[in-house]
Design a protein around this ligand. Structure first.
Ligand code: ADP
Ligand code: MG
Length: 319
């Protein structure tokens, strides 16, 4: 099968909202009046981000999901994506499953695949996503202010626990295993939350490298510090029922495990009720986990006020 047949068969669909989609030297897009284009790229590399034998449907899903999460964190409506693939060989079964996983999520969020690149090489999956956000309304990392509440969506830690299971570090019974592996392989990008936080949140980020590392980016960009209450964190109940007494493992998964793809955001205290209403409307737990204060760095305190020190700060490729 030629490169062109491959693109035609697995990655070409009629353009819907793009002016020109797959098939020319470039795609053509028109951004709405008064809108800004939000652009972000995320790459998944075999051996670094996933095991080479990983399920291709789930890889297709996750490759897009992590990019949608970036749009969510910016408060942008995802619209278009390009897909750059390096493949060791043409495996049609693999391609069929991969594209089905990719388009399953693309259809759900009405994201249009408008182009990409396909080459031979070590398995590598790279998506560039583009979204729209009204002028000056994007949620940035640099807007946190002393006094803001710090919030986090969903529950933390299951994806990291799923990874610990795959790496044979822990054992998990069937039910928690299914839940943790779903969290790891099929994160739900919080797009609706990101959109709803426009005009409410001062800053936002998605948790892809662990809560502390990603909150740390907000703190650095905003030149502020944080006090986080460990006892308030929305820790998945699986930690209590299935890995009892593994305090160190729990702290690591919850604070520095990556891959949660929840949003961490800061909101002025006066708008607390709006966030609480939002949680109900979106059927998504939103938890107040601490406060922004002046200074630098992040302090995590236990319920009794003692400071918790954490060894590893989150995944960093070149550390
Ligand atoms: P060029 O030679 O200009 O780089 P290509 O032959 O690489 O063009 O690609 C032909 C068309 O197919 C382009 O429109 C490109 O965007 C699209 N394309 C290539 N690979 C993919 C892919 N994996 N998914 C979607 N579109 C792709
Ligand atoms: Mg090309």
């Amino acid at each position: 099968m030629s490169e062109f047949d491959l693109i035609q068969r697995y990655f070409t669909r009629p353009a819907s909202s793009a002016i020109l989609g797959v098939g020319d030297d470039a795609a053509l897009l028109r951004v709405g009046e008064g809108m800004e284009l939000a652009v972000s790229t995320d790459m998944l590399v075999s051996g670094t981000h996933f095991f080479p034998e990983a399920d291709p449907f789930l890889l297709g899903y996750k490759t897009l999901a992590v990019n949608l999460s970036d749009m969510a964190a910016m408060g942008a409506t995802p619209r278009w994506a390009t897909l750059a693939l390096a493949l060791p060989d043409v495996n049609e079964t693999w391609l069929q499953k991969f594209s089905t996983g990719f388009f399953a999520l693309a259809d759900e969020y009405r994201v249009e695949l408008i182009g990409g690149d396909t080459t031979r090489g070590p398995l590598n999956l790279c998506v560039t996503i583009m979204g729209e956000v009204p002028r000056d309304q994007a949620l940035r990392r640099n807007g946190a202010q002393a006094g803001d509440d710090i919030w986090v969506s969903g529950e933390l830690g299951e994806a990291a626990l799923g990874l610990a299971y795959l790496q044979s570090e822990i054992e998990l019974a069937e039910e928690p295993r299914i839940s943790c592996l779903a969290a790891l392989h099929q994160p739900r990008p919080r797009v609706a939350l990101g959109l709803a936080l426009r005009g409410i949140a001062h800053s936002a980020i998605d948790i892809s490298d662990g809560l502390l590392a990603d909150l740390g980016h907000i703190l650095e960009c905003s030149h502020v510090a944080a006090e986080v209450r460990y006892d308030r964190l929305p820790i998945s109940p699986i930690f209590e029922c299935c890995v009892e007494n593994r305090i160190e493992l729990t702290q690591r998964c919850v604070l520095s495990g990556g891959d949660d793809y929840e949003l961490c955001f800061t909101v002025p205290v006066a708008r607390r009720a709006e966030v609480e209403t939002l949680a109900i409307r979106l059927h998504l737990p939103l938890t107040r986990i601490g406060k922004i204060v002046s200074g630098s760095g992040c302090k995590v305190r236990a319920g009794n006020g003692s400071v918790i020190t954490i060894e590893k700060g989150g995944y960093e490729h070149f550390a």
